[in-house]
Design a protein around this ligand. Structure first.
Ligand SMILES: *Cc1c(COP(=O)(O)O)cnc(C)c1O
Length: 418
């Protein structure tokens, strides 16, 4: 499938008059449409709710848009909880799926009335020593082994640090029942960035069967099954996109085969999608600063891995469009780099692109999730601005770019100033 940016060269030329590159740009219309599409695919389930994984894109303006679409938040840390609180999420609109959790984080989760998703059996007593018992609690499951789909290993839960074994789940539920918990949830995240429509349905089957077992054996009310994140996107033009309608239908089928006959037709389905919700609806816009001709052909951008870490960290593919040259032949081979003193600071390696000139604007696609948020300050590079392209075509700055003062803010430089 051809990948087209959601902005044109003319729009970018206009935006850079006010906000210089590099910046992450988000598309309000795309975000709202996506939220509605997801809800439609799961409309068969009365209790369905998506809890957006805040870590993917922790910007309150974007969280507000999702909130207006009826979406909650999934937090994993103190500051994500604080941000969610500021935006106005509270109580059961917040899922707290953390691991190796500090006391202060649990304390705030309790104060906000969030649904706590315990990563480990030992956290149950740890939490009980900090805050009073909750009415609704979730536990994270790790089935071990390999997670396969059509004989293909997608990931290996046996090597993942998350979740509890089945025996531990049972013990946790017994303990929590003793603490007075009334409604229970089950959660698992077994494969990331999946592009097969079968992932959620297969995961749902595993969790539904566990739900029936726990309900019968421990005698507790299972209120929800949380399918977590992991539904991916087509980063490459040759990849097929997930069909969320097919995914929702696959989960419904498993629900009717497993939960309904067990008299558990009231179980709500929750999701914690980050990437699927936002990745395609954000991009990193940068300008070509330099060209370099040595053993290979290089083009250097004013953005670097500090603005988008995925290519450097995972060798991840991000599609690149040279604005204004969408229809020119891709007959030049480039490494597209940033300016970090790290040779892995390459947005693309041996990528066929149109002939690039200094001053060209490039769009690096699919940075709306796990993009800006993974940024860092190595080499003293500053974090970029985040901009929102609104439905009416106007642009709002939803996070200003860092300045050197921000970078130095945690240092006391007074002893060095005369
Ligand atoms: C990261 C994460 C998510 C979101 O994952 P995506 O791949 O962005 O969908 C959801 N839940 C938990 C617990 C996570 O750690």
């Amino acid at each position: 499938m051809e990948k087209k940016p959601f902005v044109t060269k003319e729009q970018i030329e206009d935006i850079v008059k006010t906000y210089p590159t590099p910046f992450h740009l988000y598309d309000e219309k795309g975000i709202r449409d996506k939220a509605r599409k997801l809800k439609k695919a799961f409309a068969w389930n009365a209790g369905f709710k998506e809890y957006f994984a805040v870590k993917a894109t922790p910007n309150p303006y974007l969280m507000q848009i999702l909130r207006e679409e009826g979406i909650g938040v999934d937090c994993s840390s103190l500051t994500e909880l604080m941000l969610s609180d500021v935006v106005g999420f509270h109580g059961k609109e917040i899922m707290f799926s953390s691991n190796v959790t500090p006391e202060a984080d649990f304390r705030l989760a309790a104060k906000l009335g969030a649904i706590v998703n315990f990563d480990d059996l030992t956290h149950v007593d740890y939490y009980a020593g900090i805050a009073p018992c909750l009415e609704t609690v979730c536990c994270r499951y790790n089935p071990g082994g390999d997670f396969t789909l059509q004989n293909h290993i997608m990931d290996s839960p046996k090597d993942a640090k998350y979740g509890m074994t089945k025996e531990q789940m049972k013990e946790a539920f017994r303990k929590m029942k003793g603490y007075g918990v009334k409604h229970f949830g089950i959660h698992a995240f077994l494969a990331s960035n999946t592009t097969e429509n079968g992932y959620y349905p297969k995961l749902a089957r595993i969790l539904f069967e566990l739900a029936v077992e726990l309900s019968e054996e421990i005698g507790v009310h299972i209120a929800f099954v949380n399918l977590s994140g992991g539904v991916g996107i087509a980063y490459r033009p040759d990849q097929k996109e997930n069909d969320i309608e097919v995914i929702g239908e696959g989960v419904r089928k498993a629900y009717e085969e497993i939960l309904v006959p067990a008299g558990m037709g009231d179980v709500a389905i929750f999701t914690e999608l980050g990437r699927y919700m936002l990745a395609p609806h954000g991009c990193l816009v940068a300008k070509v600063l330099h060209e370099k001709h040595i053993w290979k052909e290089y083009v250097g951008l004013d953005a670097c891995a500090a603005n988008l870490m995925r290519p450097a960290m995972y060798g991840a593919y991000h599609h690149i469009t040279v604005l204004g040259k969408e229809n020119e032949p891709c007959d030049h081979k480039y490494d597209v780099t940033g300016g970090l003193c790290e040779n892995n600071d390459k947005f693309a390696i041996d990528r066929m692109l149109p002939k690039i000139d200094i001053g060209d604007y490039v769009v690096i696609h699919d940075t709306g999730a796990h993009g800006f948020s993974m940024g860092y300050n190595y080499n003293g590079k500053l974090r970029s601005a985040e901009l929102l392209l609104k439905e009416d075509g106007s642009v709002q700055c939803i996070r200003r770019a860092e300045t050197p003062n921000d970078y130095f803010a945690t240092l006391d430089l007074t002893p060095f100033r005369k």
